[in-house]
Design a protein. Structure first.
Length: 473
């Protein structure tokens, strides 16, 4: 354990330092500098402090750094870690309307299901507020997937040595570990869990509304990718009996498996895409072998599972194909299975389900040129008449302390008149919204003035900048 503690303290901070630039809708850019500031494993508690700095790119290409860091400190009790879930580096999803300069990855610590919220998360955000809460998930950001998986294997071993149940891993972990396993440490299982359903692997599509593209994609290694509302999400999944449970930064959800379809609790249906789909006539024989057709047995399973009448009828309406037995014998069997009249009426409705929207080509996810240094701000140019007038720069005065619920900063300019005559000085600056502003002040000979330029929040909004003298009279 001493070697593991030393490795975490020495190597983990090196994995979490990087700079990523994001472009939003092709026009707006911002950057994020992130780092693992410290990582300490002591007495089977892993304490990790992560920091990030937000950078705004103004319309002229210059960069403004938000004044304060966002800090997150997590304390993970290793005996409570579920070593069969998470603990490997998953690529951060990129929304369809965004492009990043490079990928980054997240390692997830998941608590055992019977431990509640055993981890502690403390954060201090840009707005100055500090929060502390108990959680069952902790996310660790790293810059490289291979190094992240290597760290995940170290975390898994440490958790087992600290008393966490040594369960089979649900996804493939990196084969190489930074330290040789001692004779008393458990071996790393390499085979997938028995309850992972290989038949689930593939892409499932649906059409919630016309013109919208949605899909779930299940990989053989237990990972999951979701496209919904134009946004991408990554996570993991587990199959038990006829229930698939998915989890990730979007939360944890359970859904029912019915043939080659997945039914959400609200009744929405996801249908498995076929690599070579066979065209089927709307008048196809109900007894045909089409795997995606919903049958009487499927409806009875949904009712028996306790789903509401509304959910079941919605699932029936959204089923891409149906092979119901609506003969008198079939209807009597449905009634004996406690299927309501409303559900049977939905089965008798032959209105076709909405067709799934075909997948569209994904937008460019990464563009390394986004991280190129922005052009420097133009040097201030003094106009005629300002000889003897000194620009002493910008100063800030925190007029409300954050501890008192404020965090407001007063931004002042300082100008000195070194001449013996009174001068009217016209000056300009860029405000917190990136807009150019202009004002004037009268300065007696030999005097210094400090006009107020703006008031901003200490953390949320970038400060004013580019203060310059324009002309003097």
């Amino acid at each position: 354990m001493k070697e593991t503690e030393a490795w975490i303290h020495r190597e983990l901070p090196k994995m979490g330092s990087d700079y990523v630039v994001t472009r939003y809708k092709g026009t707006t850019n911002w950057g994020d500098k992130y780092a693992i500031q410290s990582a300490v494993l002591s007495q089977c508690v892993l304490a990790i402090q992560q920091v990030s700095q937000h950078i705004i790119f103004l319309p002229d290409g210059t960069a403004q750094t938000v004044p304060n860091l966002q800090t997150n400190t997590s304390r993970i009790t290793m005996k409570d870690v579920d070593v069969s879930r998470g603990l490997l580096a998953t690529e951060e999803s990129v929304d369809a309307d965004r492009t990043k300069s490079k990928p980054s990855y997240w390692i997830t610590f998941v608590a055992l299901s019977d431990r509640g919220d055993p981890f502690l998360s403390e954060s201090e955000g840009y707005a100055g507020g500090r929060t502390e809460k108990s959680v069952s998930f902790v996310y660790l950001r790293v810059r490289d997937q291979s190094l992240g998986n290597q760290a995940g294997e170290v975390f898994r071993r440490a958790a087992v040595l600290c008393g966490a149940p040594n369960q089979p891993v649900q996804t493939a972990l990196a084969k190489t570990a930074p330290e040789t396993q001692s004779s008393g440490a458990p071996a790393s299982p390499s085979s997938p869990p028995e309850h992972t359903a290989s038949a689930l692997v593939g892409r499932y599509v649906t059409a919630f509304e016309e013109g919208s593209n949605y899909y779930l994609e299940f990989a053989a290694d237990g990972t999951l990718h979701i496209l919904q509302h134009g946004k991408s999400y990554d996570g993991t999944y587990k199959v038990q009996a006829d229930t698939v449970t998915i989890q990730g930064k979007f939360g944890v959800y359970s859904m029912h498996l019915v043939g080659d379809t997945i039914v959400q609790p609200d009744g929405a249906v996801w249908v498995k895409e076929k690599v070579q789909a066979e065209a089927q006539s709307p008048m196809a024989n109900p007894s045909s072998q089409g795997p995606s057709k919903m049958t009487n047995d499927d409806v009875i399973k949904l009712v028996t599972a306790g789903l509401s009448e509304k959910v079941v009828t919605t699932a029936i309406r959204q089923a891409p194909a149906k092979a119901f037995d609506l003969t008198p014998t079939g209807l009597i069997a449905l009634k004996k299975a406690n299927v309501s009249d409303a559900v049977i009426l939905a089965m008798q409705d032959d209105t076709p389900a909405p067709a799934a929207v075909p997948p569209v080509a994904a937008a460019q996810k990464y563009d390394p040129t986004l991280a190129e240094p922005p052009k420097p701000a133009p040097a201030p140019v003094l106009q005629n008449g300002c000889s003897g007038i000194d620009n002493l720069g910008l100063y800030k005065n925190q007029i409300f302390d954050r501890a008192m619920g404020g965090g407001v900063v007063e931004w002042l300019a300082k100008i000195r008149n070194n001449t013996a005559v009174t001068k009217i000085v016209i000056f300009g600056w860029r405000d917190m919204y990136g807009q150019e502003k202009q004002a004037q002040v009268e300065i007696q000979g030999g005097a210094i003035v400090s006009p107020r330029l703006d008031l901003t929040q200490a953390r949320v909004i970038p400060p004013v900048s580019n203060f310059r003298l324009l002309s003097c009279e």
